[in-house]
Ligand binder design. Structure first.
Ligand code: FES
Length: 106
């Protein structure tokens, strides 16, 4: 497992990822989606586990879910659990907001 850091402090991390927006970031050879609700951050794979739609085009709900833009399946952004739909789980990554920025463990 590798650790990546977004931003240099908490404020910078909050500015880099606007509330309820989804940003795709490249960490080494891996591209992942990063989002947040308030100061709760989430990181997950860029493609939907159902039919590989780009989740950056999806919608973040106030329940901590990402809604896929193609067939509107819903996934828990923290655990990857499928909340609506029938397919495999979403791959998620551990994140931690620190005074040195947002740590992402890939
Ligand atoms: S491709 Fe995401 S729900 Fe079908």
């Amino acid at each position: 497992m590798k650790t990546f850091t977004l931003g240099q402090d908490k404020e910078q991390a909050l500015q880099l990822i606007p509330d309820r927006k989804i940003k795709v970031v490249r960490l080494g050879n891996t591209k992942i989606c990063v989002s947040r609700i308030g100061d709760s951050f989430y990181a997950f794979e860029t493609q939907c586990p159902h039919r590989k739609a780009e989740l950056q085009q999806g919608v973040v709900t106030s329940f901590g879910e990402i809604v896929c833009p193609l067939h509107e399946y819903r996934f828990d952004m923290k655990t990857g659990d499928v909340k609506s739909g029938s397919c495999g789980e979403l791959l998620t990554y551990k994140v931690e907001l620190t005074g040195d920025g947002l740590k992402i463990y890939v």
